[in-house]
Design a protein around this ligand. Structure first.
Ligand SMILES: [Zn+2]
Ligand SMILES: [Zn+2]
Length: 143
């Protein structure tokens, strides 16, 4: 378990992030890009010791997840699975919130088929289409 400090742009919200793996993913889906302009760089982590929790605003962006942001400065905080099942409560925080993120490795890109042509990430990592992501997700749900 690794611990790291993080905060939003205005510092109204700060927290300790706890995570198992020093990995992040990049999501190119239409919703993530609308939310934050570019790919959403996120890592599985739990938020602990949250200060300024009253500034956290959540938005139910789909039937299965919500997105949280600071209602003072608008910083995107996390994407959380709300649907029942084994992934319920899984939280993917914006890696940009962390004070230290130099050691984090890009594990995979998802919804690669929705990525605009104008940018791409270098490196030899997994790249999954939206269809592949959804198939994996629903496959795990059944087991
Ligand atoms: Zn803020
Ligand atoms: Zn996305």
């Amino acid at each position: 378990m690794t611990k790291a400090q993080g905060q939003c742009l205005c510092n109204a919200i700060s927290f300790t992030a706890e995570y198992e793996e020093e990995k992040f993913s990049a999501c190119h889906c239409d919703m993530c890009r609308r939310w934050g302009s570019g790919a959403y760089l996120a890592m599985a982590a739990n938020l602990k010791e949250i200060k300024g929790e009253e500034y956290i605003k959540t938005y139910k962006s789909s039937e299965w997840a919500e997105r949280a942001f600071c209602n003072n400065c608008g910083t995107n905080l996390y994407y959380k699975v709300t649907a029942e099942g084994q992934h319920q409560g899984a939280t993917f925080i914006s890696m940009g919130l962390l004070q230290e993120n130099a050691s984090l490795v890009l594990e995979k890109e998802i919804f690669i088929d929705e990525k605009p042509n104008g940018y791409s990430f270098a490196g030899d990592h997994a790249r999954q289409t939206g269809k592949e992501v959804m198939a994996e997700f629903s496959g795990e749900e059944q087991s």
